[in-house]
Design a protein. Structure first.
Length: 378
């Protein structure tokens, strides 16, 4: 049995590289689809289909993660994800991208609940907040580098983005399956576990779903707008890097303090930042303006994701796998609705309409959360 000092770092390394490959796919997939003739509706349908597959399977994979060794679903998911990526460069028609993207996101649904629920097998109490914070930093920094690498590689050899990410994902999946083991028994608490109202878990799911609605509009629909604005693939990669970089920096900051734990105001501030970032994207055509907007949006994602994950795995560790599955479900639900509606809005109402509508939705969700909070206080 591996000690927590060797197994937890392995979990962080695996999440870093897995999401690095996801970041490479996140930039490469819409660019490949555009090359094969995809418009706004086709791009929206691609993101919607991938998210639908993900949210349909992730509650089951969360349930599964509570019942089997964590290395099995996570490793198998990484291997099958890599295989799907390796096949993408072979597509000569837009149609064939859809089943391969579905296979990739079905595979990812196996990975994340297993990793997230494994955290509470190593530590408990307040230490769990720090381990989940390190986990957040690991996967988000991986995505940050993945977008940057994909932008640089795609400009010279597009197929290499998928082959490199896919081949390495298979290798890492095999090694993780063979080497990683989580303890069978719950850890003994070295300090008192934090407690908080469960309704904040549900509000964090709502806020995180709204943020991921916007994140997936940016990742799936924004490449078409960037192309019309004259941004290169390197510039697009840098913008998506800013998105993940801001999220990663928030994870680092939030991991240094517990003041946000089980508080309502951080969730409200995140939605306000989301609104401000969307307004900047709507009213600017310059690269620096878009960069500032996506930085605010990424920071909002750092706050809502941290709250959603930490509350899911800390409030009741015995069902951490199931709640991790629902944490992934609600962010995936935002990912499902974002490309679907964003593609339709962009096609019929103009290229910037998805961001204007999203800004209005962010204010609406914030108002609902405030009213709900006041009703509970009353």
């Amino acid at each position: 049995m591996q000690s927590r000092f060797t197994a937890l770092p392995l979990l962080y390394v695996f999440s870093f590289f897995t999401n690095l490959f996801v970041g490479m796919l996140g930039l490469g997939l819409p660019l490949l689809a555009i090359k094969l003739g995809a418009g706004n509706i086709a791009l929206g349908a691609l993101g919607t289909m991938a998210a639908l597959v993900y949210i349909s399977f992730v509650p089951f994979s969360g349930w599964l993660a509570d019942r089997v060794p964590k290395n099995l679903p996570a490793g198998a998911g990484a291997i099958s994800f890599g295989a799907a990526l390796c096949l993408l460069p072979l597509c000569q028609r837009l149609f064939w991208i859809y089943p391969l993207a579905a296979a990739a996101f079905l595979s990812l649904a196996l990975v994340w609940p297993a990793l997230e629920s494994a955290l509470c097998k190593f530590v408990s109490g307040k230490a769990l907040a720090r381990s989940s914070g390190f986990y957040n930093v690991s996967w988000s920094s991986g995505a940050t580098i993945g977008y940057l690498l994909a932008g640089l590689i795609y400009a010279h050899r597009p197929s290499a983005v998928f082959r490199l990410a896919g081949g390495l994902a298979i290798v890492f999946g095999i090694f993780f399956t063979l080497l990683f083991r989580a303890p069978d028994q719950e850890p003994q608490a070295q300090d008192q576990a934090e407690k908080g109202p469960v309704h904040l878990l549900y509000l964090s799911w709502l806020a995180n779903g709204m943020v991921y609605f916007v994140l997936n509009v940016l990742r799936n629909i924004f490449p078409k707008l960037a192309e019309s604005l004259g941004f290169s693939s390197q510039s697009l990669g840098a913008l998506l890097l800013c998105l993940s970089l801001a999220q990663c920096l928030l994870f680092v900051l939030l991991n240094r303090t517990a003041r946000w734990h089980f508080k309502f105001w951080p969730l409200a501030a995140a939605l306000a930042a989301l609104f401000a970032g969307l307004v900047m994207v709507v009213f600017t055509a310059r690269l620096w303006g878009c960069a500032l907007g996506v930085l605010l949006i990424g920071a909002a994602g750092g706050m809502t994701y941290s709250a959603s994950l930490y509350y899911a795995v800390s409030l009741e560790s015995s069902i951490a796998g199931s709640r991790s599955g629902w944490h992934e479900f609600y962010l995936g639900l935002g990912g499902f609705a974002g490309p679907l509606l964003g593609g339709l809005f962009a096609n019929f109402l103009g290229a910037k309409s998805p961001y204007a509508v999203s800004a209005g939705l962010a204010l609406l969700v914030l108002a609902i959360m405030i009213c709900y909070r006041r009703a509970r206080s009353g």
